[in-house]
Design a protein around this ligand. Structure first.
Ligand SMILES: Cc1cc2nc3c(=O)[nH]c(=O)nc-3n(C[C@H](O)[C@H](O)[C@H](O)COP(=O)(O)OP(=O)(O)OC[C@H]3O[C@@H](n4cnc5c(N)ncnc54)[C@H](O)[C@@H]3O)c2cc1C
Length: 363
Protein backbone atom coordinates (compact mmCIF):
# COMPACT_ATOMS: atom_id res chain seq x y z
CA UNK A 1 0.00 0.00 0.00
CA UNK A 2 1.36 3.48 -0.85
CA UNK A 3 0.13 6.64 0.87
CA UNK A 4 -0.25 9.95 -1.01
CA UNK A 5 2.93 12.05 -1.44
CA UNK A 6 3.73 14.42 1.43
CA UNK A 7 5.55 17.68 0.55
CA UNK A 8 7.77 19.48 3.10
CA UNK A 9 10.40 22.24 2.91
CA UNK A 10 12.99 20.21 4.87
CA UNK A 11 13.21 16.49 5.66
CA UNK A 12 15.47 15.48 8.55
CA UNK A 13 16.50 11.82 8.57
CA UNK A 14 17.00 10.53 12.12
CA UNK A 15 15.48 11.79 15.35
CA UNK A 16 18.42 12.01 17.80
CA UNK A 17 19.77 15.18 19.47
CA UNK A 18 21.14 16.66 16.21
CA UNK A 19 17.77 16.23 14.47
CA UNK A 20 15.76 17.57 17.41
CA UNK A 21 17.97 20.68 17.72
CA UNK A 22 17.72 21.30 13.97
CA UNK A 23 13.95 20.82 13.82
CA UNK A 24 13.45 23.01 16.89
CA UNK A 25 15.51 25.84 15.41
CA UNK A 26 13.73 25.60 12.03
CA UNK A 27 10.33 25.60 13.75
CA UNK A 28 11.29 28.72 15.70
CA UNK A 29 11.89 30.34 12.29
CA UNK A 30 8.45 29.05 11.18
CA UNK A 31 9.85 26.39 8.87
CA UNK A 32 8.06 23.14 9.75
CA UNK A 33 10.60 20.42 9.02
CA UNK A 34 9.65 16.74 8.96
CA UNK A 35 11.73 14.56 11.31
CA UNK A 36 11.76 10.87 10.34
CA UNK A 37 12.89 8.55 13.14
CA UNK A 38 12.86 4.79 12.92
CA UNK A 39 12.31 4.16 16.67
CA UNK A 40 9.54 5.40 18.97
CA UNK A 41 11.73 8.46 19.58
CA UNK A 42 13.98 6.73 22.11
CA UNK A 43 16.74 6.50 19.50
CA UNK A 44 20.19 5.46 20.61
CA UNK A 45 20.64 4.44 24.25
CA UNK A 46 24.41 5.05 24.11
CA UNK A 47 25.80 8.16 25.77
CA UNK A 48 24.43 8.99 29.17
CA UNK A 49 26.93 11.41 30.75
CA UNK A 50 26.68 15.11 30.09
CA UNK A 51 29.33 17.57 31.30
CA UNK A 52 28.24 20.90 32.77
CA UNK A 53 29.03 22.57 29.43
CA UNK A 54 25.69 21.15 28.19
CA UNK A 55 23.82 23.62 30.44
CA UNK A 56 24.54 26.80 28.45
CA UNK A 57 24.07 24.90 25.16
CA UNK A 58 20.55 23.79 26.15
CA UNK A 59 19.74 27.21 27.65
CA UNK A 60 20.73 29.02 24.43
CA UNK A 61 18.43 26.72 22.48
CA UNK A 62 15.55 27.01 24.94
CA UNK A 63 15.67 23.23 25.47
CA UNK A 64 16.55 23.04 29.21
CA UNK A 65 13.08 21.70 29.96
CA UNK A 66 13.82 18.59 27.87
CA UNK A 67 16.68 17.72 30.20
CA UNK A 68 14.57 18.36 33.31
CA UNK A 69 11.68 16.26 31.91
CA UNK A 70 13.97 13.27 31.42
CA UNK A 71 14.70 13.08 35.18
CA UNK A 72 18.52 13.30 35.20
CA UNK A 73 20.82 12.60 38.17
CA UNK A 74 23.33 15.39 38.91
CA UNK A 75 26.90 14.35 38.17
CA UNK A 76 29.14 15.72 40.88
CA UNK A 77 32.61 14.61 39.80
CA UNK A 78 34.82 12.97 37.22
CA UNK A 79 36.92 10.21 38.74
CA UNK A 80 39.83 8.70 36.85
CA UNK A 81 42.72 6.27 37.17
CA UNK A 82 44.64 7.50 34.17
CA UNK A 83 48.42 7.65 34.07
CA UNK A 84 48.66 6.07 37.52
CA UNK A 85 46.76 3.64 39.72
CA UNK A 86 45.59 6.44 42.02
CA UNK A 87 42.00 7.69 41.71
CA UNK A 88 41.95 11.38 40.86
CA UNK A 89 38.82 13.43 41.41
CA UNK A 90 37.75 16.52 39.57
CA UNK A 91 34.75 17.93 41.41
CA UNK A 92 32.13 19.93 39.50
CA UNK A 93 32.84 22.89 41.78
CA UNK A 94 35.94 23.24 39.64
CA UNK A 95 33.89 23.25 36.42
CA UNK A 96 32.75 26.62 35.08
CA UNK A 97 29.24 25.45 34.09
CA UNK A 98 28.19 23.64 37.26
CA UNK A 99 26.70 20.16 37.58
CA UNK A 100 26.88 17.71 34.77
CA UNK A 101 24.19 15.04 34.40
CA UNK A 102 23.68 11.31 34.18
CA UNK A 103 20.67 10.87 31.96
CA UNK A 104 18.14 8.29 30.94
CA UNK A 105 19.22 8.63 27.34
CA UNK A 106 16.05 7.29 25.64
CA UNK A 107 13.92 9.59 27.85
CA UNK A 108 16.15 12.56 26.98
CA UNK A 109 15.90 11.78 23.26
CA UNK A 110 12.09 11.53 23.51
CA UNK A 111 11.88 14.81 25.44
CA UNK A 112 14.03 16.66 22.88
CA UNK A 113 11.85 15.42 20.02
CA UNK A 114 8.66 16.32 21.89
CA UNK A 115 10.03 19.85 22.46
CA UNK A 116 10.75 20.24 18.73
CA UNK A 117 7.24 18.99 17.96
CA UNK A 118 5.63 21.46 20.40
CA UNK A 119 7.51 24.26 18.62
CA UNK A 120 5.99 23.24 15.28
CA UNK A 121 8.13 20.46 13.79
CA UNK A 122 6.43 17.39 12.31
CA UNK A 123 7.75 14.15 13.78
CA UNK A 124 7.19 10.70 12.32
CA UNK A 125 8.19 7.93 14.68
CA UNK A 126 8.56 4.26 13.68
CA UNK A 127 9.38 5.57 10.20
CA UNK A 128 12.39 4.29 8.29
CA UNK A 129 13.96 6.15 5.38
CA UNK A 130 14.74 3.49 2.79
CA UNK A 131 15.79 5.55 -0.19
CA UNK A 132 16.55 9.09 -1.24
CA UNK A 133 16.69 10.27 -4.83
CA UNK A 134 17.13 13.70 -6.42
CA UNK A 135 14.10 15.01 -8.36
CA UNK A 136 14.48 16.39 -11.86
CA UNK A 137 13.43 19.94 -11.02
CA UNK A 138 15.36 20.08 -7.73
CA UNK A 139 14.60 18.76 -4.27
CA UNK A 140 14.50 15.19 -3.02
CA UNK A 141 12.17 12.27 -3.02
CA UNK A 142 12.31 10.01 0.04
CA UNK A 143 10.88 6.52 0.26
CA UNK A 144 9.75 5.79 3.80
CA UNK A 145 8.14 2.80 5.42
CA UNK A 146 5.81 3.74 8.22
CA UNK A 147 3.20 1.63 9.97
CA UNK A 148 3.55 -1.07 7.35
CA UNK A 149 2.90 1.31 4.44
CA UNK A 150 5.22 3.00 1.97
CA UNK A 151 5.04 6.79 2.02
CA UNK A 152 6.73 9.09 -0.48
CA UNK A 153 7.95 12.46 0.78
CA UNK A 154 9.15 15.31 -1.41
CA UNK A 155 11.47 17.75 0.32
CA UNK A 156 13.15 20.93 -0.89
CA UNK A 157 16.19 20.24 1.30
CA UNK A 158 17.35 17.17 3.16
CA UNK A 159 19.42 16.76 6.33
CA UNK A 160 21.20 13.61 7.43
CA UNK A 161 21.03 13.36 11.23
CA UNK A 162 21.01 9.58 11.14
CA UNK A 163 24.07 9.06 13.35
CA UNK A 164 27.42 7.45 12.59
CA UNK A 165 26.18 5.50 9.58
CA UNK A 166 25.18 8.74 7.80
CA UNK A 167 22.46 6.81 5.95
CA UNK A 168 21.58 9.59 3.48
CA UNK A 169 24.94 11.29 2.89
CA UNK A 170 26.56 8.00 1.97
CA UNK A 171 23.83 7.32 -0.56
CA UNK A 172 24.55 10.72 -2.04
CA UNK A 173 28.22 9.89 -2.58
CA UNK A 174 29.84 11.27 0.59
CA UNK A 175 32.12 8.88 2.46
CA UNK A 176 33.01 8.46 6.11
CA UNK A 177 36.74 8.55 6.86
CA UNK A 178 37.46 6.56 10.02
CA UNK A 179 40.39 7.65 12.19
CA UNK A 180 40.44 4.54 14.37
CA UNK A 181 38.45 1.40 15.11
CA UNK A 182 37.54 2.02 18.78
CA UNK A 183 34.57 -0.07 19.96
CA UNK A 184 32.63 -0.30 23.21
CA UNK A 185 31.42 -3.51 24.84
CA UNK A 186 28.93 -2.51 27.49
CA UNK A 187 26.37 -3.67 29.99
CA UNK A 188 23.72 -2.06 32.13
CA UNK A 189 23.93 -3.42 35.69
CA UNK A 190 22.21 -2.81 39.03
CA UNK A 191 23.85 0.17 40.75
CA UNK A 192 26.01 -1.06 43.64
CA UNK A 193 25.48 0.61 47.04
CA UNK A 194 27.88 3.52 47.44
CA UNK A 195 28.59 3.96 43.71
CA UNK A 196 29.06 7.75 43.49
CA UNK A 197 27.16 10.26 41.34
CA UNK A 198 30.21 10.51 39.15
CA UNK A 199 31.70 9.40 35.87
CA UNK A 200 34.53 6.94 36.36
CA UNK A 201 37.27 6.13 33.86
CA UNK A 202 40.15 3.69 34.36
CA UNK A 203 42.92 2.86 31.89
CA UNK A 204 44.14 -0.73 31.54
CA UNK A 205 46.79 -2.22 29.28
CA UNK A 206 44.15 -3.13 26.68
CA UNK A 207 42.08 0.07 26.59
CA UNK A 208 39.91 1.79 29.18
CA UNK A 209 36.87 1.20 31.31
CA UNK A 210 34.00 3.59 31.86
CA UNK A 211 31.27 3.46 34.47
CA UNK A 212 28.51 5.93 35.31
CA UNK A 213 25.17 5.76 37.08
CA UNK A 214 21.92 6.21 35.17
CA UNK A 215 18.41 6.79 36.54
CA UNK A 216 16.46 3.75 37.82
CA UNK A 217 19.27 2.56 40.10
CA UNK A 218 21.44 1.26 37.26
CA UNK A 219 24.98 1.82 36.09
CA UNK A 220 26.46 1.55 32.63
CA UNK A 221 29.83 -0.21 32.53
CA UNK A 222 31.79 -0.27 29.28
CA UNK A 223 35.12 -1.52 27.97
CA UNK A 224 36.58 0.64 25.20
CA UNK A 225 39.20 -1.04 23.04
CA UNK A 226 40.02 -2.02 19.47
CA UNK A 227 38.15 -4.92 17.82
CA UNK A 228 41.27 -7.10 17.43
CA UNK A 229 42.11 -6.69 21.14
CA UNK A 230 38.49 -7.30 22.14
CA UNK A 231 38.62 -10.48 20.06
CA UNK A 232 41.88 -11.66 21.67
CA UNK A 233 40.44 -11.04 25.15
CA UNK A 234 37.13 -12.64 24.11
CA UNK A 235 35.65 -9.60 25.79
CA UNK A 236 32.49 -9.71 23.66
CA UNK A 237 31.53 -12.68 25.82
CA UNK A 238 30.51 -12.22 29.46
CA UNK A 239 33.38 -14.29 30.95
CA UNK A 240 36.07 -12.52 28.89
CA UNK A 241 34.50 -9.12 29.61
CA UNK A 242 34.51 -9.84 33.34
CA UNK A 243 38.13 -11.02 33.22
CA UNK A 244 39.13 -7.77 31.45
CA UNK A 245 37.14 -5.77 33.98
CA UNK A 246 39.07 -7.39 36.80
CA UNK A 247 42.22 -5.79 35.37
CA UNK A 248 40.65 -2.44 36.30
CA UNK A 249 41.36 -2.74 40.00
CA UNK A 250 39.81 0.52 41.19
CA UNK A 251 36.62 -0.09 39.20
CA UNK A 252 36.38 -3.67 40.42
CA UNK A 253 36.57 -2.38 44.00
CA UNK A 254 33.60 -0.11 43.33
CA UNK A 255 31.42 -2.86 41.83
CA UNK A 256 30.23 -5.41 44.32
CA UNK A 257 28.88 -7.93 41.84
CA UNK A 258 31.30 -10.49 40.50
CA UNK A 259 28.84 -12.30 38.24
CA UNK A 260 29.32 -11.89 34.52
CA UNK A 261 26.51 -9.78 32.99
CA UNK A 262 23.78 -11.65 31.12
CA UNK A 263 23.74 -9.31 28.18
CA UNK A 264 26.56 -7.39 26.52
CA UNK A 265 26.16 -4.95 23.70
CA UNK A 266 28.80 -3.82 21.22
CA UNK A 267 28.98 -0.48 19.44
CA UNK A 268 31.39 1.38 17.19
CA UNK A 269 32.88 4.29 19.13
CA UNK A 270 35.81 5.63 17.10
CA UNK A 271 36.32 9.05 15.54
CA UNK A 272 35.21 9.65 11.98
CA UNK A 273 34.61 12.48 9.56
CA UNK A 274 32.15 12.65 6.68
CA UNK A 275 33.62 14.04 3.48
CA UNK A 276 31.98 16.28 2.49
CA UNK A 277 29.43 17.19 5.20
CA UNK A 278 27.11 18.86 2.70
CA UNK A 279 26.40 19.41 -0.98
CA UNK A 280 23.73 20.89 -3.20
CA UNK A 281 20.44 20.68 -1.34
CA UNK A 282 21.69 18.49 1.50
CA UNK A 283 23.84 18.53 4.63
CA UNK A 284 24.71 16.31 7.57
CA UNK A 285 24.85 17.12 11.31
CA UNK A 286 25.78 15.42 14.57
CA UNK A 287 27.58 12.08 14.39
CA UNK A 288 26.61 11.76 10.74
CA UNK A 289 28.96 14.68 10.00
CA UNK A 290 31.70 14.00 12.57
CA UNK A 291 31.81 11.47 15.40
CA UNK A 292 34.35 11.48 18.22
CA UNK A 293 35.94 8.96 20.55
CA UNK A 294 33.74 9.19 23.70
CA UNK A 295 36.81 9.97 25.84
CA UNK A 296 36.04 13.51 24.61
CA UNK A 297 32.61 13.07 26.29
CA UNK A 298 30.70 15.77 24.47
CA UNK A 299 29.11 13.96 21.54
CA UNK A 300 25.61 15.02 22.56
CA UNK A 301 26.66 18.65 23.02
CA UNK A 302 28.27 18.61 19.55
CA UNK A 303 25.17 17.03 18.03
CA UNK A 304 22.96 19.77 19.50
CA UNK A 305 25.34 22.50 18.36
CA UNK A 306 25.87 21.22 14.82
CA UNK A 307 22.13 20.55 14.53
CA UNK A 308 21.46 24.20 15.29
CA UNK A 309 24.17 25.37 12.89
CA UNK A 310 22.75 23.10 10.21
CA UNK A 311 19.33 24.72 10.68
CA UNK A 312 20.90 28.15 10.22
CA UNK A 313 22.59 26.97 7.01
CA UNK A 314 19.28 25.58 5.71
CA UNK A 315 17.45 28.82 6.56
CA UNK A 316 20.14 30.85 4.78
CA UNK A 317 19.86 28.55 1.74
CA UNK A 318 16.08 29.05 1.66
CA UNK A 319 16.68 32.79 1.85
CA UNK A 320 18.81 32.60 -1.32
CA UNK A 321 22.38 32.24 0.02
CA UNK A 322 23.90 29.79 -2.47
CA UNK A 323 27.06 29.29 -0.37
CA UNK A 324 25.47 28.64 3.03
CA UNK A 325 25.68 24.84 2.91
CA UNK A 326 29.22 24.82 1.48
CA UNK A 327 30.34 27.26 4.21
CA UNK A 328 28.68 25.09 6.87
CA UNK A 329 30.31 21.89 5.55
CA UNK A 330 33.73 23.51 5.17
CA UNK A 331 34.05 24.02 8.94
CA UNK A 332 34.09 20.32 9.81
CA UNK A 333 37.63 19.22 8.80
CA UNK A 334 39.40 21.94 10.86
CA UNK A 335 37.12 21.35 13.87
CA UNK A 336 37.68 17.63 13.60
CA UNK A 337 41.47 18.14 13.58
CA UNK A 338 41.22 20.20 16.80
CA UNK A 339 39.10 17.49 18.37
CA UNK A 340 41.60 14.80 17.33
CA UNK A 341 44.49 16.72 18.90
CA UNK A 342 42.54 17.02 22.18
CA UNK A 343 41.83 13.27 22.16
CA UNK A 344 45.49 12.42 21.50
CA UNK A 345 46.49 14.75 24.34
CA UNK A 346 44.27 12.74 26.73
CA UNK A 347 45.72 9.43 25.52
CA UNK A 348 49.20 10.93 25.83
CA UNK A 349 48.70 11.27 29.60
CA UNK A 350 48.71 7.48 29.97
CA UNK A 351 52.27 6.08 29.58
CA UNK A 352 52.22 2.92 31.69
CA UNK A 353 52.01 0.46 28.78
CA UNK A 354 54.08 2.01 25.95
CA UNK A 355 54.37 -1.30 24.08
CA UNK A 356 50.74 -2.37 24.37
CA UNK A 357 49.04 -2.18 20.93
CA UNK A 358 46.07 -0.11 22.19
CA UNK A 359 48.31 2.65 23.55
CA UNK A 360 50.96 2.44 20.82
CA UNK A 361 48.23 3.19 18.26
CA UNK A 362 47.31 6.33 20.17
CA UNK A 363 50.69 7.77 21.12
C1 LIG B 1 29.77 3.85 23.44
C2 LIG B 1 29.45 5.31 23.34
C3 LIG B 1 29.34 6.07 24.49
C4 LIG B 1 29.05 7.44 24.40
N1 LIG B 1 28.96 8.18 25.55
C5 LIG B 1 28.67 9.50 25.47
C6 LIG B 1 28.51 10.29 26.65
O1 LIG B 1 28.61 9.77 27.77
N2 LIG B 1 28.23 11.61 26.51
C7 LIG B 1 28.10 12.21 25.27
O2 LIG B 1 27.85 13.43 25.20
N3 LIG B 1 28.21 11.49 24.14
C8 LIG B 1 28.49 10.16 24.21
N4 LIG B 1 28.57 9.42 23.06
C9 LIG B 1 28.34 10.08 21.76
C10 LIG B 1 26.84 10.36 21.54
O3 LIG B 1 26.07 9.20 21.82
C11 LIG B 1 26.61 10.80 20.10
O4 LIG B 1 27.56 11.80 19.77
C12 LIG B 1 25.19 11.36 19.86
O5 LIG B 1 24.22 10.35 20.08
C13 LIG B 1 25.05 11.89 18.45
O6 LIG B 1 23.72 12.32 18.24
P1 LIG B 1 23.09 12.32 16.77
O7 LIG B 1 21.76 12.95 16.89
O8 LIG B 1 24.07 12.86 15.80
O9 LIG B 1 22.96 10.76 16.39
P2 LIG B 1 22.19 9.58 17.11
O10 LIG B 1 21.96 9.85 18.54
O11 LIG B 1 22.94 8.34 16.73
O12 LIG B 1 20.77 9.58 16.39
C14 LIG B 1 20.58 9.08 15.08
C15 LIG B 1 19.13 8.67 14.94
O13 LIG B 1 18.85 8.36 13.58
C16 LIG B 1 17.95 7.28 13.52
N5 LIG B 1 18.11 6.68 12.18
C17 LIG B 1 19.24 6.15 11.65
N6 LIG B 1 18.99 5.73 10.38
C18 LIG B 1 17.70 6.03 10.11
C19 LIG B 1 16.87 5.85 8.97
N7 LIG B 1 17.33 5.30 7.82
N8 LIG B 1 15.58 6.26 9.03
C20 LIG B 1 15.08 6.82 10.17
N9 LIG B 1 15.83 7.01 11.28
C21 LIG B 1 17.13 6.63 11.26
C22 LIG B 1 18.37 6.39 14.70
O14 LIG B 1 17.32 5.57 15.14
C23 LIG B 1 18.77 7.43 15.75
O15 LIG B 1 17.73 7.76 16.64
C24 LIG B 1 28.86 8.04 23.13
C25 LIG B 1 28.97 7.27 21.98
C26 LIG B 1 29.27 5.92 22.07
C27 LIG B 1 29.39 5.11 20.79
Amino acid sequence: MTDPVVRVPVAIVGGGPAAAAMAHRLAMARVPALVIERTDGSGSSLGESLGGSINPVLARMGLESALAESGPIPSLANLSCWGSATIEERHVLREPYGDGWHIDRPAFNRALLAAAQRTGAMVWRHALVRNVAPMEDGGWQLTITRDGAVTMVEAGLIADAGGRKAPVARRLGAHTVRDDQLAAVWACLPRPKGFPNATFVEAIEHGWWYAAPVPDAKIVVALFSDPDIIATLRAWQPAGWLAARQLALALSNMLDETEAPERLRIAAAGSSLLEPAGGEGWLAAGDAAAAHDPIASHGIGSALTTGTQAADALLATMAGNAHAIADYAARFPARHAVERRAIFAVYGLERRWPDAPFWRRRH
